[in-house]
Design a binder for this molecule. Structure first.
Ligand code: AHR
Length: 514
C-alpha cells in the first residue's frame, strides 16, 4: 500500500515536472510595478551626409520630378511620419567633425563646395544645410539632434552655430538667420559636442577630449527659453576607460554620454554579406547584438559610481548591423540590404534599451535611409520599407510608456557550442492603460511556447501583429517590396492573468492587451 502510494506520488511529480518542461518559456510581467518611463527618444534616428543617406534618399531638390516639399521627398517623409520618429541626429557621424555649418546657409547656388573625405571623396555642394534640416524635422514632427564639430572646428564656430539657430534677438548670427529667411529662432534641445573623438573626431585620448569637451561646452549657450541637452562624445563599444575618465572629469557638465556599437558578423575587413549568410553567421550576428546588454550594464555600473541618481543618460546614438556594401556599389556609401535577421537584431536591441530605460534615455539607429541598417531604401523615384522599418512600427507603442519589469525564463538557441536566449521581451503600459509586450524568437528552427503571467493586470482583450518570413535572409526588393511585412497575429489565448502563445521560429510579435 505504502509503495503504491509512493508510486502514484512519483507519477504525479513526473507529470507535473513534464508539464512545466513543455511550457519551456515563462515570462512574468509585473503590471503594477512600473517605475521608469521609456523615453520616446530611445527610438531616434540618424542621417549623415554619406552616400544616398541625404542626397537622393531625403533631399532631391525643388526641381526634381520626384514629388517633394521644398526639396524633401514626400514619400519618404510620409513613411517616416508613421514611425513617430522622436529625434533625428545630423549631420554626422564622422562628417560632423569636418562640417562647417556656415557653408550650408544662404542662397544654395552660392554655397561653397567641399570634399566629403570620409565617405567616397565626393564633392558635397552643401545644398542640404541647417535650414533644410530644420525643415525636414518640422515635416517629420521630430526634434533635431545636432552634432557639432570638435575635431576640426573652433569653439567660436560651434558657439556661433548655436547662436544662429537659437538666439531670439539682435545679434550678428540671429540677424544672419533672419536675412536667410527664418525670423524665428528654432528650438534645439539635443546637441552633441563632437563625435567619435577617439577616432575620426580628432583621434584624442580620453583625458584630452574631456578637457576639450569642458572648453567647448562652456560656449554652448542657452539663449532665451532654449535649453541645450549636451551629449558628450562617448566610448567606442567596450572602452570602459573612456567612460570612467569622462565621468570623472566631465561629470554633470554633460547631460548624456554617447555610446557607439555596431554589430559586425565577421571582422572590419570582411564584415559579411547583408543577404548571403548561413545559420552560423546569423547566430554570431544575434549573439553580437545581445552584447549590447553587457555594454549597457558595464558602462552603467561605471556611471553609477559617479552619478547614482542617474542624472546623466547613456545614449547609444549609433548602433545597428554593419555588413559589406551591396556588390557593385560605392564602398564609401555603406549601402546595404536589410533582412529578417536585421529585424531580429533591432528587436533584441530595443528590448535591451527598454529594459534599461532608467539610464538609456536617447538612442539612434544608424542610419535612417540608404545607409547601414536603414528603415527605408530608395532607388531614384522608388522606395521600399525594410524589415527594420516594421520593428520601429511595432515598437513605437513603447514610446513614453511606463516600462513594466519582467523576468524571462527561456530556452537557449544553441549553435557552435554556444547559446543565446531564444526569447527576448520587453513590456510597457501606455498613458491609456494599454499594455504592450514585444516578444522575439531568435531561434530560426524551433517555435517557442510562451506562458506569460501578467501580475496585477485586469486584461480583457489581446491582439497582435507578427513579422516573420520563410528564411532569415528574406528581404524586400524594389520588385518585391512586401516579402517581409507584418501580419495580424491571432494565435494567442488570454485566460485571467495568463497569456499563452507560440512564437513561430525567427519571428517578432507585438501584443496589445486592454
Ligand atoms: O555611421 C557610419 C559611421 O560610423 C559614422 O560616421 C561614425 O561615427 C561611425 O564610425
Amino acid at each position: 500500500m505504502k509503495n503504491k502510494f509512493l508510486f502514484i506520488v512519483l507519477i504525479l511529480l513526473f507529470i507535473g515536472w513534464n508539464g512545466k518542461a513543455q511550457t519551456q518559456n515563462k515570462v512574468v510581467i509585473n503590471a503594477n510595478e512600473g517605475k521608469y518611463t521609456i523615453s520616446r527618444h530611445i527610438y531616434g534616428h540618424f542621417s549623415e551626409h554619406l552616400g544616398y543617406g541625404i542626397y537622393g534618399g531625403i533631399w532631391v531638390g525643388e526641381d526634381s520630378p520626384i514629388p517633394n516639399t521644398r526639396g524633401i521627398r514626400k514619400d519618404v517623409v510620409e513613411a517616416l511620419k508613421a514611425l513617430q520618429i522622436p529625434n533625428l541626429r545630423w549631420p554626422g557621424g564622422c562628417f560632423a567633425d569636418e562640417y562647417h555649418w556656415q557653408d550650408g546657409i544662404g542662397p544654395r547656388d552660392q554655397r561653397p563646395k567641399m570634399i566629403n573625405t570620409h565617405w567616397g571623396g565626393l564633392v558635397e555642394d552643401n545644398s542640404f544645410g541647417t535650414h533644410e534640416f530644420m525643415d525636414l524635422c518640422e515635416q517629420l514632427g521630430c526634434e533635431p539632434y545636432i552634432c557639432g564639430n570638435v575635431g576640426s572646428g573652433t569653439v567660436e564656430e560651434m558657439s556661433k552655430w548655436i547662436e544662429y539657430m537659437t538666439f531670439d534677438g539682435e545679434s550678428p548670427m540671429a540677424n544672419l538667420r533672419k536675412q536667410n529667411g527664418h525670423p524665428e529662432p528654432w528650438k534645439i534641445t539635443f546637441f552633441g559636442v563632437g563625435n567619435e573623438n577617439w577616432g575620426c573626431g580628432g583621434d584624442m585620448l580620453a583625458e584630452y577630449y574631456a578637457d576639450m569637451y569642458r572648453r567647448y561646452a562652456v560656449y554652448c549657450r542657452n539663449y532665451g527659453q532654449n535649453r541645450l541637452y549636451k551629449i558628450a562624445g562617448g566610448p567606442n563599444a567596450s572602452d570602459y576607460n573612456w567612460t570612467e575618465t569622462l565621468m570623472k572629469k566631465i561629470g554633470n557638465k554633460m547631460n548624456a554620454l554617447s555610446l557607439h556599437y555596431y554589430t559586425v558578423p565577421k571582422n572590419w575587413n570582411d564584415k559579411g554579406s547583408a543577404t548571403d549568410f548561413d545559420e552560423t553567421e546569423y547566430f554570431i550576428t544575434i549573439d553580437k547584438a545581445f552584447f549590447m546588454r553587457e555594454l549597457i550594464e558595464k558602462h552603467t555600473a561605471i556611471m553609477d559610481k559617479y552619478d547614482p541618481a542617474k542624472r546623466i543618460a547613456l545614449a547609444p546614438d549609433e548602433w545597428g548591423g554593419w555588413y559589406n556594401v551591396e556588390p557593385g556599389t560605392n564602398p564609401g556609401f555603406l549601402y546595404q540590404q536589410n533582412t529578417l535577421r536585421d529585424a531580429i537584431l533591432a528587436a533584441v536591441t530595443l528590448d535591451v534599451f527598454n529594459q534599461h530605460c532608467d539610464r538609456v534615455k536617447i538612442a539612434n539607429i544608424a542610419q535612417m535611409v540608404n545607409v547601414l541598417q536603414s528603415v527605408i531604401l530608395t532607388d531614384k523615384e522608388k522606395m521600399l520599407l525594410t524589415p527594420t522599418y516594421w520593428i520601429y512600427d511595432f515598437y513605437k507603442v513603447h514610446q513614453d510608456a511606463t516600462m513594466l519589469p519582467l523576468s524571462v525564463a527561456c530556452a537557449r538557441y544553441e549553435s557552435q557550442g554556444k547559446s543565446i536566449d531564444a526569447v527576448s521581451a520587453s513590456a510597457s503600459r501606455d498613458k491609456n492603460g494599454k499594455i504592450h509586450i514585444s516578444l522575439t524568437n531568435t531561434d530560426p528552427n524551433k517555435s517557442q511556447t510562451v506562458s506569460c503571467e501578467l501580475l496585477g493586470a485586469k486584461a480583457k482583450t489581446v491582439s497582435g501583429r507578427i513579422l516573420t518570413a520563410n528564411k532569415i535572409s528574406d528581404h524586400n526588393t524594389f520588385d518585391n517590396p512586401k516579402t517581409v511585412s507584418p501580419k495580424d497575429f491571432k494565435d494567442v489565448k488570454l485566460t485571467g492573468e495568463n497569456l499563452s502563445l507560440t512564437l513561430p521560429a525567427k519571428s517578432v510579435i507585438i501584443l496589445e492587451i486592454q
